[in-house]
Design a protein around this ligand. Structure first.
Ligand code: ADP
Length: 241
């Protein structure tokens, strides 16, 4: 018997096809109900496997709305959203913080670090807020800062770092509670090309090692080759052209 094939078969039997990491069922988000409605997302259904997915499309097509919905920073007007094992519609308000802390990590274009805290404190804070004892949170933050090559900057404050270094700090912070998915809204929008490539290499490592799947809203076509797939949005709908 070919043991390799047998084991492959067993693997398939045991695991079945991979469940999509993200699922949207007929999701809409509408603004201006009372005036002329604007569909930021218009009945979108999709399934995303693990890896790196880019969401692209012209300004106003719904990219940030999608990231905000997946991050539970906003709620859809209709439809259902699943991220990893969580159907967001099933979450009670009291469970939303827990979801944001553990299931997703969010990286923004403008970083959103706390200026008065050191780099180490910025990265360890979400772990402490999740109840991890200070020493343990600090040790984990140091390990992550080493991964993003910033161990020599732990006691600096954000204003003492370059844009690329700040974004790598934000990525370390997003990873601290072991999320299933990193959501990144224009993460290279404020960076030069060298810093952008470094950030993308980091995302590639995160997805490649199975640490987390990564969803990136971006205009930056040059980066798309680092992803596993690119989804286009236009006027709140998937654009299959
Ligand atoms: P993108 O990130 O692709 O630029 P957005 O998701 O920010 O697009 O916006 C999608 C559409 O929804 C746009 O037409 C935008 O004007 C509208 N929109 C977004 N947020 C709001 C809001 N808070 N109030 C009203 N309209 C909004």
């Amino acid at each position: 018997m070919n043991l390799g094939l047998y084991l492959e078969g067993m693997k398939e039997l045991n695991q079945g096809p991979e469940q999509p990491v993200i699922e949207l069922q007929d999701v809409s988000r509408v603004y201006g109900h009372t005036t002329k409605p604007v569909y930021a997302l218009n009945h979108v259904s999709l399934e995303l496997p693990s890896g790196i997915t880019f969401i692209t499309g012209p300004s106003g097509c719904g990219k940030s709305t999608l990231i905000n919905l997946l991050g539970a920073l906003d709620r859809p007007d209709s439809g259902r959203i699943r991220v990893a094992d969580t159907w967001l519609s099933d979450l009670a308000d009291k469970d939303i913080d827990e979801y944001r802390r553990h299931t997703v990590g969010i990286v923004f274009q403008f970083f959103h670090l706390i200026p008065t805290l050191t780099i180490l404190e910025n990265v360890s804070l979400p772990a402490e807020l999740a109840g991890i004892p200070f020493k343990q949170a600090k040790a984990k933050a140091e390990t992550l800062l080493e991964r993003v090559d910033l161990l020599d900057r732990v006691s600096h404050r954000p204003h003492e770092l370059s844009g690329g270094e700040i974004q790598r700090t934000a990525i370390a912070r997003a990873l601290i509670n072991d999320p299933a998915v990193i959501l990144a809204d224009e993460p290279t929008g404020n960076l030069d090309s060298t810093a952008s490539h470094r950030v993308m290499t980091l995302f590639r490592t995160i997805a490649g090692e199975g640490i987390a799947s990564v969803l990136i809203a971006s205009h930056d076509r040059e980066m798309f080759q680092s992803g596993d797939r690119v989804l286009k949005l236009r006027d709140g709908k998937l654009d299959h052209s």
